[in-house]
Ligand binder design. Structure first.
Ligand SMILES: Cc1cc2nc3c(=O)[nH]c(=O)nc-3n(C[C@H](O)[C@H](O)[C@H](O)COP(=O)(O)O)c2cc1C
Length: 530
């Protein structure tokens, strides 16, 4: 079994039918975290809003057809952020307004912060930048003008960094918040990877970097710049550029020792509640420097069937929303359903999976309610066919295991049954799990974290990436999705007849025909930009 602190956190952060994981009990509105982090005093570069001119189609990206590589300059970098971590709209109701972003977040609390490390680029001087989605600006945290800094990037790529302010989520969700921060990080990784692909760039998770290096490169270890503001945990670095090239991260760290840093982090809340369980899992899953993993080469697959709609990537990334309600009657066709699942299979050079060097480690147990041509029931979808035997030995012995769908899709019917009531119950009694076309739980083998506990974080990230692909797939299929972080973990395991602790459900999702909330007014994303 994995590390005991990890196991303890995993168990204690589960929701149970008769009690929820420890949370704050009530919402302390006076201390609601400010939604945007800024580094006061850092010079801000205002980015252009140029994404509308990007012609790349979403359908081409999911087939692995990337356009010709754009040059790295301030304009293309602006598009990268606009379509990944940028705002997608403002909503207003009853005198309140709040921003939505291209990347989703549990409770719309957005713990994930984005960074750019770049060499000298046209109209963007070399440095470390923090992205402010509210204003679509890059704050220059560190200025670097030594040629050795720029040389460390090799072949004209850039490095992106992600960090998480746990407090943002913990304010509302208590100890389970750490899980949501990891999901959100996975969504952000996928969002960046898709947007990079739309500009013709490859993305690669720099999995060998340890947390200490990530912190140093993003300036997260600079206590003086925090001045008591909420700390940010290092998540990961991504290389964006040309296939095969890699940045020299240690050289960058050396250069940063002499760099001039500017900016002080704003305080998000006046008071905080400590969550010792979050400190404990953070410590238990700290990542040391590791060797670059061997690159996983997926078996070739036929291209996925095209979705019903063919929007540009710019349209679909900003159109993405979470459904808050479904109509409870729409059926999608089985071809649409299979096409969505097919887009979750790993294909070479295809976003967001091209960011990962590891084989797929997250699979899905589906509760199908309304898919024309498919019996309602419980299905298992394996993103890597070789795990079939491991699943069969861990689950109820009398499942049907009837192969469904296209030949290359590892999809199995376990039990024909109307699961609407149980889906709703499992997902913390939320109607969205029953009124949709299908809901699912993402299953990962937590044993993978036994020797290397940091892999637990990566499992959640992969869940977030899968969720992000599903959000975009749902939009392209003319329906809508919602991520579900609130579910009764062991009720899902009971449904599947899983008796050991190996396969754990780490994230849930639901897809169907949304009902819009007509009371909300929608405003363009940058209508309040200074
Ligand atoms: C990790 C995660 C967990 C979520 N859990 C739920 C949930 O349990 N129920 C729900 O209605 N929405 C859930 N959501 C949807 C968020 O509320 C939504 O992303 C957020 O309000 C922002 O809205 P948007 O996705 O339309 O941008 C979740 C989203 C994420 C990323």
């Amino acid at each position: 079994m994995p590390d005991s602190a990890l196991l303890e956190y995993h168990r204690r952060s589960k929701h149970w039918l008769d009690r929820y994981a420890p949370g704050p009990g009530r919402l302390d509105w006076a201390n609601q975290p400010a939604p945007f982090r800024v580094y006061e005093g850092a010079a801000a570069i205002k980015l252009s809003l140029a994404a509308d001119a990007l012609p790349t189609r979403y359908a081409a990206l999911r087939r692995g057809e990337l356009p010709a590589r754009q040059a790295f300059d301030v304009r293309s970098v602006a598009v990268l952020f606009e379509l990944s971590l940028g705002l997608s709209a403002w909503k207003s109701f009853g005198g309140n307004r709040w921003a939505l972003r291209c990347n989703p977040s549990s409770g719309n609390l957005h713990p994930t912060e984005g960074y750019l490390l770049c060499p000298n680029l046209p109209e963007l001087p070399a440095g470390v930048y923090h992205y402010v989605s509210r204003d679509h600006t890059l704050e220059r945290r560190a200025a670097l003008d030594h040629p050795r800094w720029s040389a460390a990037f090799e072949n004209g790529g850039v490095v992106l960094g992600l960090g998480s302010i746990y407090w943002r989520e913990a304010w509302k969700y208590g100890m389970r918040a750490w899980r949501y921060c990891q999901h959100d990080c996975g969504h952000a990784i996928a969002a960046l990877c898709y947007a990079a692909a739309a500009l013709g760039w490859e993305t690669h998770l720099l999995a060998s970097a340890g947390d200490e290096l990530v912190s140093a490169l993003l300036g997260l270890d600079r206590e003086a710049d925090l001045g008591g503001a909420e700390p940010e945990a290092p998540d990961t670095l991504l290389w964006v550029g040309q296939e095969g090239a890699r940045p020299q991260l240690e050289h960058m760290r050396e250069q940063l020792r002499d760099a001039i840093w500017s900016g002080r982090a704003n305080h998000l809340s006046a008071e905080h509640v400590p969550w010792r369980d979050i400190d404990s899992i953070h410590g238990a899953t700290r990542k040391p420097a590791t060797l670059e993993p061997a690159v996983y080469r997926p078996a070739p697959l036929p291209p996925p069937r095209d979705p019903v709609h063919d929007p540009t990537f710019a349209t679909i990334s900003r159109q993405r929303r979470s459904a808050v309600d479904f109509d409870g009657k729409t059926h999608i066709g089985e071809e649409s359903f299979f096409a969505m699942l097919d887009a979750l299979m790993v294909r070479a050079n295809t976003p967001p999976w091209n960011a990962l060097a590891t084989p797929p480690q997250v699979h899905a147990a589906l509760m199908v309610h309304r898919v024309t041509g498919l019996e309602p029931g419980l299905y298992l979808f394996l993103r890597e066919p070789s795990v079939l035997a491991a699943f069969r030995s861990s689950m109820r012995q009398d499942w049907l295991w009837r192969k469904e769908g296209p030949e290359h899709l590892p999809l199995y019917l376990l039990l024909p049954y109307d699961l609407r009531t149980i889906a709703k119950t499992i997902c913390c009694h939320q109607d969205i799990a029953a009124d949709s076309c299908f809901a699912l739980g993402m299953l990962a083998n937590v044993e993978l974290a036994r020797e290397e506990p940091w892999r637990y974080r990566h499992l959640f990230w992969e869940c977030g990436m899968l969720g992000h692909a599903l959000y975009l797939e749902a939009e392209a299929a003319g329906v809508r999705a919602t991520g579900i972080g609130c579910y009764f973990d062991d009720e899902m395991h009971k449904l599947l007849g899983i008796e050991d602790d190996r396969w754990q459900s780490l994230y849930h999702f639901t897809v169907g025909r949304p009902i819009e909330d007509k009371r909300l007014v929608t405003l363009p994303p940058y209508s309040f930009r200074p």
